[in-house]
Design a binder for this molecule. Structure first.
Ligand SMILES: Nc1nc2c(c(=O)[nH]1)N[C@H]1C(S)=C(S)[C@@H](COP(=O)(O)OP(=O)(O)OC[C@H]3O[C@@H](n4cnc5c(=O)[nH]c(N)nc54)[C@H](O)[C@@H]3O)O[C@H]1N2
Ligand SMILES: Nc1nc2c(c(=O)[nH]1)N[C@H]1C(S)=C(S)[C@@H](COP(=O)(O)OP(=O)(O)OC[C@H]3O[C@@H](n4cnc5c(=O)[nH]c(N)nc54)[C@H](O)[C@@H]3O)O[C@H]1N2
Ligand SMILES: [Mo]
Length: 778
């Protein structure tokens, strides 16, 4: 059952997904069963079990899963089913050797799917692509690093190089990487944030003067209501379910807005509570569950604000007038624009009834401290920035900032994605950062903004000969418009990836291509003298803490990310002579405390970094919004006003016969482009990923049947055919007109320019698609 007729979408092994009804709560015995299966899969169960006891512990390593915070008084287990998958996937004894690459050509590997590529195990040796033989061949570390330096030096301008970072990278690697790029002369530092929470950063920055969330983990213990928008924590932030569950137990309202009915947001059995497990008990999570249409959340929020203003006008005390007067600006303009928005438009765009929205507004109004959480269901639309602004507008109306149990909580993805930004991984650096770097290093820093992730693809598409260096991640597969992206990447002069596992980005080669294998977070990172090094990360709540691996690296040849990056820097700056004088790269490599001294000197909030990071559980970077300081141009928190978006995707498509809005999301068995398996337990899918979830009325209206195989066709107004084929129809509880399928298989459907206003994040939760009976599978 092959699913491709192009050279870019990998074959999926013959799989026929099965659909079943999942009746249990999230977590529970199903989670424990999955844990033991994954412990055994990596071939080193002993090592893996030991690793788990050190996960998220003060003397252990940070879970490479999500960015959810660690409790201050943590239990001796602080992991979840999907954290186990992340750790065992890395701590495997399987290896990808030179013999493997000799046996399989790159053209052959391109036909493997994401699961099979990564399942080969850990990369162990630097490899260089040989275009004549179409195989990767071993290359020594020195030769590999020389090659990168040579190619970078040969570029006509530093802006022809692109330095991509995925949020797996720790603070120290991130700092060294941005320093290298900027001393070299470019701000081309796109990262996975560009595809993820960029809209949150932009909107929070505009409104409150800080791009980060304002709450700490302890605020969840005091919130009277927690609103969760567009997030599936049962799969993607399972430890958050423990937090939500505790809040639910003490009577807080958990109010969910999700297009799908996600099991983890309904009921949860905590595998870390033995009694509950023995009695097959569970606890409800959401007290109220609303199902807006894709992209309908801004209208929901606007409707809630409208209900509050109406009640205020009727003389009820629902708004926090003191807070509004003291801390905010432009309330009147906002009020006018909310009043000008009709209930009819709000209902049409949100897909919810006025009564439902008024009910949500009542829950919000009666809570004295409210947290709003959100994730990709909010940030991956064209109108995401204005939607996040609307979240902040709503919070401000009732003074839900700067007090215990209240605030903004954009729940981040990658475990250190927030820290990487703090360290300066950003294509649009602040003047303050560049000034601080200039002061510390006495070198002029590049002042022009660099490319973000989408712009990086455009740059590689439009001009040949770029150099792309990836620090972790799987850029080619994560970004939109896979076919266009793959062509763009092959235009490069050099592609080089610092990685732990084999992935598709390695197979889309420039004229030159390198794979640089590194040690992972679960492994001990030793310097030449044999001393173990500590790295640091920052979680979603701005807690910075240390992380030290405990396993012996899977291979002696592996180098740390920092050894690789400093190796490139030494070679790159050797003949200039200069930069090797201002930065002692070898000292950084030998002692990460030295890197932290650089960070302490340049990045605000990291004073005395080396001492504070050694305190168990680390330290909190304060958040200005939490302290009611708003470093905006006016010094106040700013309301935004404007009409609802012209028509979100599901409204635009209503006039186009046969078209649906598609959201692309994660299954329970994947970590972004890393696929751990073919099941999506809570959604009742087994043994396959090529499925499309559709409302039954849509299936009937379009003349298909559940179980039928179809091809998905995206927009092709630029002459590029956007089609992926062989998806099985699953009748599902999703609103009419709103379809769902897994990423990254569906990324070829997203045109590169289908992206968020101001955020430029691929709008991967609202893709226009139509279906045709599969050309290949009957
Ligand atoms: N195990 C595991 N953990 C992960 C990851 C992983 O892949 N696997 N990825 C990590 C990363 S990088 C990130 S960013 C996070 C992602 O965490 P999530 O944001 O939870 O990820 P998605 O799977 O994209 O889920 C989107 C959710 O939003 C809902 N949704 C989609 N569109 C809309 C909409 O328009 N409105 C509303 N109200 N809901 C909508 C979907 O139904 C789904 O429940 O998780 C992180 N943690
Ligand atoms: N259609 C669609 N597209 C999306 C999304 C979506 O919801 N829908 N989500 C977007 C989001 S939120 C994100 S964050 C991006 C993710 O984009 P990325 O962060 O680029 O992708 P990952 O899949 O997390 O990267 C996996 C690879 O990282 C490498 N790796 C793992 N651990 C380490 C390590 O410790 N060190 C190093 N050096 N390498 C390591 C391995 O080689 C592995 O193959 O995808 C985005 N793309
Ligand atoms: Mo993400």
């Amino acid at each position: 059952m092959s699913t491709t007729d192009t050279d870019t979408t990998p074959d999926t092994p013959a799989k026929d997904p099965k659909v079943f009804e999942y009746r249990n709560p999230a977590g529970g015995w199903g989670a424990l069963k999955a844990v033991s299966k994954h412990l055994l899969h990596g071939r080193s169960p002993g090592m893996n079990a030991r690793s788990l006891f050190k996960l998220n512990q003060p003397d252990g390593f940070d879970c490479p899963g999500c960015a959810w915070g660690d409790p201050e008084h943590g239990s001796s287990f602080e992991f979840c089913e999907n954290g186990v998958k992340a750790v065992t996937w890395e701590a495997t004894s399987k290896r990808v050797t030179r013999e493997f690459f000799a046996k399989h050509s790159v053209s052959e590997l391109k036909r493997w799917d994401d699961y099979r590529l990564e399942d080969q195990g850990r990369l162990v040796e630097p490899m260089r692509y040989n275009a004549d033989t179409d195989h990767y061949e071993p290359i020594g570390w020195n030769a590999a690093l020389d090659l990168i330096a040579r190619e970078l030096k040969a570029l006509p301008t530093p802006d022809d190089a692109i330095f991509y970072t995925s949020g797996k990278a720790g603070n120290e690697s991130a700092y060294v990487f941005q320093l290298l790029a900027r001393l070299y002369g470019t701000n081309n530092l796109p990262d996975c944030s560009n595809m993820c929470h960029e809209a949150s950063g932009v909107a929070l920055g505009e409104a409150l003067g800080t791009g980060k969330g304002s709450v700490r983990l302890e605020d969840f213990e005091h919130a009277e209501a927690i609103f969760v928008f567009g997030q599936n924590p049962g799969t993607n932030h399972p430890r958050m379910l423990g937090t939500l569950r505790e809040a639910a137990e003490r009577g807080a309202d958990i109010v969910t807005f999700n297009t799908l009915k996600e099991r983890g947001l309904e009921k949860f059995a905590d595998p870390q509570k033995p009694l509950e497990m023995l009695h097959n008990g569970s606890h409800r999570i959401s007290s109220h569950y609303f199902r807006p249409k894709l992209g309908g959340d801004m209208a929901v929020l606007r409707g809630m604000a409208k209900a509050l203003f109406e009640r205020d006008a009727a003389g009820e005390t629902v708004l926090d007038h003191d807070f509004l007067a003291q801390h905010t600006r432009h309330l009147e303009a906002y009020r006018a624009c909310v009043e000008a928005t009709s209930w009819a438009d709000i209902e049409a765009q949100s897909g919810l009834g006025r009564d439902e929205i008024e009910q949500a507004a009542e829950l919000y109004a009666r809570s004295k401290a409210t947290i709003i959480c959100w994730a990709m269901g909010i940030t991956q639309h064209v109108h995401s920035v204005v939607t996040v602004r609307e979240i902040v507008n709503l919070l401000m109306l009732c003074g839900n900032l700067g007090k215990l149990g209240a605030g903004t909580s954009p729940v981040r993805g990658h475990s250190n994605v927030q820290g990487d930004r703090t360290m300066g991984i950003f294509e649009k650096p602040s003047k303050a950062l560049l000034d601080a770097l200039e002061k510390r290093y006495g070198r002029a820093m590049p002042r022009d903004f660099g490319v973000d992730s989408v712009a990086a693809v455009e740059a590689m598409r439009d001009a040949r000969g770029k150099v792309f260096i990836g620090l972790a991640g799987n850029f080619t597969r994560a970004i939109s418009d896979s076919r266009v992206t793959e062509r763009a990447m092959s235009n490069c002069r050099l592609t080089a990836f610092i990685s732990t596992k084999l992935n598709r980005s390695h197979l889309i080669t420039g004229e030159e291509a390198l794979i640089l294998p590194c040690i992972g977070r679960s492994e001990i990172d030793r310097n030449q003298a044999g001393e173990a090094q500590l790295i640091t990360v920052e979680d979603s709540m701005s807690m910075v803490h240390g992380s030290a691996g405990i396993n012996t690296p899977v291979d002696k040849t592996l180098r740390s990310e920092i050894a690789i990056l400093t190796g490139i820097a030494e070679r790159l700056f050797d003949d200039a002579g200069l930069d090797n004088d201002v930065v002692d790269w070898a000292a950084m490599r030998e002692d990460y405390d030295v890197i932290r001294e650089h960070i302490a000197a340049v990045i605000p909030g990291f004073e005395d970094f080396n001492t504070r990071v050694r305190v168990p559980r680390g330290f909190w970077l304060t958040n200005p919004a939490f302290e009611l300081r708003f470093p905006t141009s006016s010094g106040k928190a700013e309301f935004s006003s404007g009409p609802l978006p012209e028509g979100v995707m599901h409204q635009q498509l209503a006039t186009r016969d046969g078209w649906l809005t598609l959201q692309t999301m994660r299954s329970h068995d994947q970590y972004n482009t890393t696929v751990y398996g073919y099941n999506d337990r809570y959604r009742g899918i087994e043994n396959g990923r090529q499925v499309i979830f559709l409302n039954r009325a849509d299936i009937d209206r379009l003349g298909f049947e559940a179980g039928q195989w179809v091809d998905l066709i995206g927009e092709s107004n630029d002459g590029v055919e956007r089609r992926v084929d062989g998806f099985k129809i699953v009748a599902f509880d999703t609103p009419e007109g709103c379809a769902a399928a897994y990423y990254p298989e569906t990324n070829p459907l997203i045109p590169l320019d289908h992206k968020g206003d101001k955020s430029h994040t691929p709008a991967s939760k609202s893709i226009a698609v139509r279906l045709e009976a599969s050309r290949r599978i009957a």
